[in-house]
Design a protein around this ligand. Structure first.
Ligand code: NAD
Length: 344
């Protein structure tokens, strides 16, 4: 049996991992703690460490994992911007789940957009109180509006299809456009200037950090709607706050937030919110925040468990690690070419 320590365990994670682990020869010890500098020592004696999106996996953590005997870091998510890949090189192998359900995320993006523009959260709260007034609930049609999609990978292209189904005009920008897609690619500045709604589906990296900032917001249409189901730091939250205050931005739906690490996935309802930016964002009637839950469907959770366990079994059997992330692969814009010749 391969011994695995599973950080940041939630009840919904366990369901599928418990169902499948025996058939992959994996013995899992679940812990609640998030993997970081303080908890990494718990990995002592486990050959595999399994972590999720908000873990802090910097050089210090990698050093501790190596010392503890961890040989494989199994990320049960697609993004790995939280892992210091350079520090793992030739010391610890890293695998991930590149795709588990792009539909889950694309559908959540549309759920957020519809909820925001049709003011569903306000309507729900009202009718729960038997308040059937419609004043203040006027929305707008999506049909005929222009949506700008940044990143047309697995999720962005499904979201584009959904938007087409709504009769929207789709504009897209991708650093690596796919000519096989029937999508109208435009320069980023054009997308910013012409979109009524902008939805982010690109990875977080050096070139996309704070892609939405004071300067880019300035060239957008007045009243633009922003949807972010990708990574929080794609948006400079302070710039967003200013743009909401000045009414430049007409609404924002955020499944991710740049400082979400110690907040999202936790119940902080009985504590004072120390993050003033988040508190102000949530207080606004035209901001809708979900807690990094776009992936959270039964289908996606099952696929996450299956691929993670398969990655672990492949590593144990010395089989090629098709989902390995290594130094040459760090730039998601590049084809998966691997110095270790793991990838073809
Ligand atoms: P993907 O790798 O299939 O697609 C990303 C696309 O972004 C690619 O087409 C790539 O060329 C493009 N891109 C790269 N750099 C760019 C840049 N500078 N500007 C514009 N486009 C650029 O990834 P995906 O599976 O579609 O996922 C997209 C993002 O969604 C992930 O990076 C992840 O951060 C996020 N995500 C969020 C959740 C959630 O629960 N909220 C779940 C899964 C993924």
């Amino acid at each position: 049996m391969t011994k695995v320590i599973f950080f940041d365990t939630k009840p919904y994670d366990k369901v599928n991992f418990d169902k499948l682990k025996a058939q992959y020869g994996v013995d899992i010890t679940y812990v609640d703690s998030q993997l970081d500098e303080h908890s990494a020592a718990m990995a002592k004696g486990f050959e595999v460490t399994c972590a999720f999106v908000n873990a802090t996996i910097n050089k210090n953590v990698i050093d501790q994992l190596v010392e503890s005997g961890t040989k494989l870091l199994a990320m049960r998510c697609a993004g790995y911007n939280n892992v210091d890949i350079q520090a793992t090189c030739d010391r610890i192998r890293v695998v991930r789940v590149p795709a588990y359900s792009p539909y889950a995320v694309a559908e959540h993006a549309m759920a957020l957009l519809l909820s925001l523009v049709r003011k569903i959260p306000h309507a729900y709260v009202r009718t729960r109180e038997f308040n059937f007034s419609l004043i203040g609930l006027v929305g707008f049609d999506l049909h005929g509006k222009t949506i700008g999609i940044i990143g047309t990978g697995k999720i962005g292209r499904i979201f584009a299809d959904i938007c087409n189904g709504f009769g929207m005009k789709v504009l897209a920008y991708d650093a690596y456009p796919d000519p096989s897609l029937k999508i109208q690619y435009v320069p980023l500045e054009t997308l910013f200037a012409e979109s009524d709604i902008i939805s982010l589906h690109c990875p977080l990296n050096e070139s996309t950090n704070h892609l939405i900032n004071h300067d880019s917001l300035k060239i957008m249409k007045d009243g633009v709607i922003l949807i972010n189901t990708s990574r929080g730091a794609l948006i400079d939250s302070d710039s967003l706050l200013d743009a909401l205050r000045s009414r430049k931005v007409g609404g924002a739906a955020l499944d991710v937030y740049e400082e979400e690490k110690n907040l999202f996935y936790n119940d902080t309802s009985t504590q004072i919110m120390e993050d003033e930016t988040l508190a102000l964002l949530i207080s606004m009637p035209n901001v809708l925040v979900t807690s990094h839950q776009a992936f959270l469907t039964n289908d996606a959770l099952y696929n996450i468990a299956k691929t993670t366990l398969q990655n672990i079994q492949d590593w144990k059997n010395g089989a090629p690690l098709v989902n390995e992330v290594c130094i040459d692969c760090k730039n998601e814009n590049m084809p998966l070419v691997c110095k270790k010749k793991v990838h073809p």
